[in-house]
Design a protein around this ligand. Structure first.
Ligand code: GLU
Length: 369
């Protein structure tokens, strides 16, 4: 992998004008635009900061009771010794929020910004800093919406910047190493967390406190990072980034994604929640069924009555595949192995981007992405 030498003062020089040029996009100020910076230094890694625990601050030394999205991207970078030796950096503060407040408007801003900057020959790759709660959703959305072979890496932390042994600096350092590496080219959007590299499609948060809270279930990691070296062993076989049909170009007029609620099935669940979603103009539904995407006769009867919007069947359990022949509602579509929250993102993208929403086309989409 290619390492770029340079001093931290040089990075500061780069960062200060950007701090002035960029308007902070808070969750209530989505109309404000991101200004795309001029990038002229070869091998630059662009850091797009969105907030989360990695930018959290609270009582010195404590792991809990902090406020996510409190410190700026400049402070975040300044807290990582040696990061300036890895690659020249450009920082963009996209927003600074708890990732539970992420919206499809912010996703689209991220995708358009990356798609605008990616063709610049001086850009090596991208790192997005993010809260871990919804990191896997942003990663999967970007895997569908960005069109580049250049590495796009998402990271975060489980401990705020003010805690003892904060894990953010190491995760950010390793993410820049991966984003600057030639090995990560063409691998789709990647999650880097606690020494491991995951595919956007398989990564998931599996613990509420462990510093190894990001995992990839039965699919496992794609590789690892040790110091400044990247080791890949696997790659995703699914369509993503450059081969995706769901690219959101910088000039795209789309500003948000259509609404696709997830309906969680549990024993004795009242199916009137399905009617509620329909009455609130859901453009599609994802059912988080039990086991292999199963639910009660009452749910089957309700869902059989809905033929004007697509229905996708996923499962509330952690692993396994839902096959089309096991789907209980014959006009519905199996989510394959996507969990409900990722199945919903794919359906939102399909509704937004595809004219052809036949069951046949959607079955193909869920097998492909
Ligand atoms: N809920 C916060 C967030 O996702 C904290 C979780 C985290 O970042 O680890 O931004």
């Amino acid at each position: 992998m290619k390492l770029k030498k340079g001093g931290f003062m040089r990075n500061l020089k780069l960062l200060l004008p950007i701090a002035m040029a960029f308007t902070l996009v808070g969750c209530n100020k989505q109309s404000e635009k991101i200004v795309i910076p001029d990038i002229e230094e070869s091998g630059t890694v662009v850091i797009l900061a969105t907030g989360g625990t990695i930018a959290g601050s609270g009582e010195e030394g404590k792991e809990t009771g902090y406020k996510p999205g409190s410190i700026s991207v400049e402070s975040l970078i300044a807290s990582v010794p040696g990061i300036e030796e890895v690659a020249p950096l450009q920082a963009i503060q996209v927003c600074n929020i708890n990732s539970d407040d992420i919206t499809s408007e912010i996703w689209i801003t991220l995708a358009k910004t990356i798609n605008e900057l990616a063709p610049n020959p001086d850009v090596a790759g991208f790192v997005i800093t993010h809260g871990t709660d919804t990191m896997e959703e942003t990663a999967y959305f970007l895997n569908l919406a960005v069109s580049t072979k250049k590495p796009v890496v998402i990271t975060g932390s489980m401990r705020p910047s003010t805690s003892l042994s904060a894990d953010g600096p190491m995760n950010l350092y390793q993410s820049v190493v991966v984003a600057a590496s030639e090995e990560a080219i063409g691998k789709g959007v990647l999650g880097v967390f606690s020494d491991s590299i995951y595919s956007a499609r398989s990564m998931q948060k599996v613990s509420s406190f462990d510093v190894t809270a990001i995992s990839a279930g039965p699919m496992g990691a794609l590789g690892f990072v040790r110091n400044n070296e990247v080791f890949f062993y696997e790659a995703s076989t699914k369509r993503h980034t450059e081969t995706s049909e769901f690219t959101i170009a910088p000039t795209d007029t789309m500003t948000s994604l259509p609404d696709v609620p997830i309906i969680y099935f549990n024993a004795d669940a009242d199916p009137s929640i399905i009617d509620w979603a329909i009455n609130h103009e859901a453009k599609g539904l994802v059912i988080a069924g039990a086991g292999a995407g199963e639910f009660s006769e009452k749910f089957i009867n309700s869902l059989n009555g809905i033929t004007n919007i697509p229905i996708v069947i996923s499962s509330r359990i952690d692993s396994g595949v839902i096959t089309q022949d096991s789907v209980l509602v014959k006009h519905a579509v199996a989510a394959n192995d996507l969990p409900p929250h990722k199945a919903s993102i794919l359906l939102r993208m399909a509704i937004a981007k595809t004219k052809d929403l036949t069951q046949e086309k959607l079955i193909e989409i869920y097998k492909t992405y």
